[in-house]
Design a protein around this ligand. Structure first.
Ligand code: RIB
Ligand code: CA
Length: 312
């Protein structure tokens, strides 16, 4: 029995690899991909999502366009990391598959209200604006979501956008607070975990040597994506964030985690968007998320290589 999922995303090279991993895995029924403004503006993230589906040879996947900006704050993008297009690296043709006419938020609400409660999981790879708006549009969806698996936040690793905040949460902290306060089962995969999943040369070469189309394209995506973080952190390779979300659903045993409270800073400009993770349970705050801190990085990359090799 496959798991019905919606992937909410701001492609982004790491989002692209996450989407390819999902499309290569028969464990999932991908009900739709919803684009959100984040790494680059929405006009690019929705095109990029469609480019990735066509790269995988799955142009029947339904792609929806969502929020053009965060709920309250102005949009902050990351072209310095992802390039002007958001998908710099490989040359991918303009998509010919259609963009769905329905707004992504309406698709999320409609799907969750129509499908049996507790059966659909949301995989969020970008700012949580679409999910926050869906919760405001129809609060009843909160009790109908099986689980949200989100890439975002950081605590022991600090932030990557400000010293305190990771990009996905920083871009829309109000949406993140809505999501974390809604009583939804959440698995959070923060920088504390993804910073252990580095795209070392040896790991990237495995994709480059694949004889299909997707493998070398993944290598070119990672060649571009990792350069910023390699320079910043002085490491061999950069952290591969978003595919961890899909990998957790496929093989949760690759991760170590703890159920703790995650609260989102929405007042102080200094720490705006910080995920205040009560890892040592020093407060009475209720645990509202399963927070991942450890990952078997070799196992993670082996899983990705095994699946991506199966794509065309
Ligand atoms: O901080 C990393 C996250 O921000 C990833 O999801 C990356 O794609 C960007 O959206
Ligand atoms: Ca992303």
């Amino acid at each position: 029995m496959s798991l019905p999922i919606i992937i909410d995303t701001d492609p982004g090279q790491d989002d692209a690899v996450a989407i390819l991993l999902a499309l290569a895995s028969p464990e999932f029924e991908v009900l739709g991909i919803t684009a959100v403004a984040g790494n680059v503006p929405l006009a690019l993230t929705e095109v990029n999502a469609r480019k990735i589906c066509e790269l995988a040879g799955q142009s029947d996947i339904k792609v929806y366009s969502g929020a053009i900006r965060p709920m309250l704050r102005p949009l902050v993008t990351a072209e310095h990391v992802h390039g002007r297009t958001g998908l710099d690296g490989p040359v991918l043709p303009e998509p010919t598959m259609p963009l769905q006419q329905q707004h992504a938020v309406d698709f999320i609400v409609e799907t969750l209200m129509e499908r049996p409660a507790g059966t659909v999981a949301l995989c969020t790879l970008g700012p949580l604006t679409n999910i926050g708006l869906a919760l405001v549009r129809e609060p009843r969806i909160a009790s109908r979501i099986k689980r949200i698996v989100a890439m975002g936040g950081g605590f022991f690793e600090g932030g990557n956008t400000t010293p305190a905040a990771e990009f996905n949460i920083y871009v829309d902290p109000q949406a993140a607070r809505l999501v974390f306060d809604a009583g939804i089962p959440i698995t959070l995969i923060p920088l504390d975990c993804t910073h252990q999943a580095l795209t070392t040369r040896a790991r990237v070469e495995k994709f480059r040597k694949m004889t299909n189309k997707s493998g070398p394209a993944v290598a070119e995506l990672l060649d571009f994506f990792e350069r910023f973080d390699e320079q910043k952190y002085g490491t061999d390779g950069g952290p591969l964030h978003d595919p961890c979300v899909i990998a957790w659903l496929l093989k949760p045993e690759l991760f170590t985690s703890r159920d703790v409270n995650v609260s989102i800073e929405c007042e102080s400009e200094l720490t705006m968007g910080m995920t205040v993770i009560d890892w040592w349970r020093v407060t009475e705050r209720k645990a509202n998320a399963t927070v991942c801190r450890g990952i078997d990085a070799d196992g993670f990359f082996a899983l990705m290589a095994e699946r991506i090799a199966k794509l065309r």
